[in-house]
Design a binder for this molecule. Sequence first.
Ligand code: DGL
Length: 273
Amino acid sequence: MLLGNDAPLGVFDSGLGGLTVVRALREACPRESIVYLGDTARVPYGTRSAETVVRYAIGCARVLVRQGVKALVVACNTVSAVAIDALRVEFDLPVLGVIVPGARAAVRAAGAGPIGVLGTRGTISSGAYPRAIAAISTRAEVIGQPAPLLVPLVEEGWLDGEVPELVVRRYLEPLAEKRVRSIVLGCTHFPLLKSVIAKVSQSLSSDPVAIVDSAEATAEDVVSFLAERDLAAQRVPRDTSLELLVTDLPKSFAEVAARFLGHEIENVKAIDL
Ligand code: DGL
């Protein structure tokens, strides 16, 4: 087990959507090794109660902590929205989430205009994004829009064409009526629909609307955090590793992960929590 700076980052999500954060991390900090856990047996989290999500999240984090990770990156917006405080109390290592970096990027992108947030029902009803945005800018107006149907569309690989466009339009219309100037992709799965979301939102608005990818914002946040704490890995990028753990269906996960990360995935390990 590697210790100190060269220990891996532990990244987890309810399923495969968190690979958007893994991809962003590999671009932003290529020296970092990653152990990723996707709780594919229990996805989706976005439709469950906060108590259940906290329980699931603690189970996932425990596995990663046992692997000797130096910090936890919670890729899942729903977990970041409802369970991050519980994780920080339970585990004695840094825990970084996706909400605060996404909120910061949204405020930067929106200027003085209202901010729209797309997320799961759990994320939107938690109020975590409005709270995080209010802590940065007291004047920003935030309009949350649950967009639950986008999760199964991504899981099915329906990333463009008529059906996603129609569904996205239905979710974006209320945001366009409020004349939002930026839209946060507040769910791991939504960056995969970024081009459809950008196209539809532009067709609904005469002003430019910035699309904020919380995965990219999170990766930037992780880089600055590691640098500030003197925790960044020292090794050369070719010696980094990516270990993938899932709680169900390792084969289909490996196929999607290979497509998504752009290289063959040799080994996805199935584990029981
Ligand atoms: N990972 C979840 C999120 O980012 C989306 C999928 C789910 O509902 O579990 O909110």
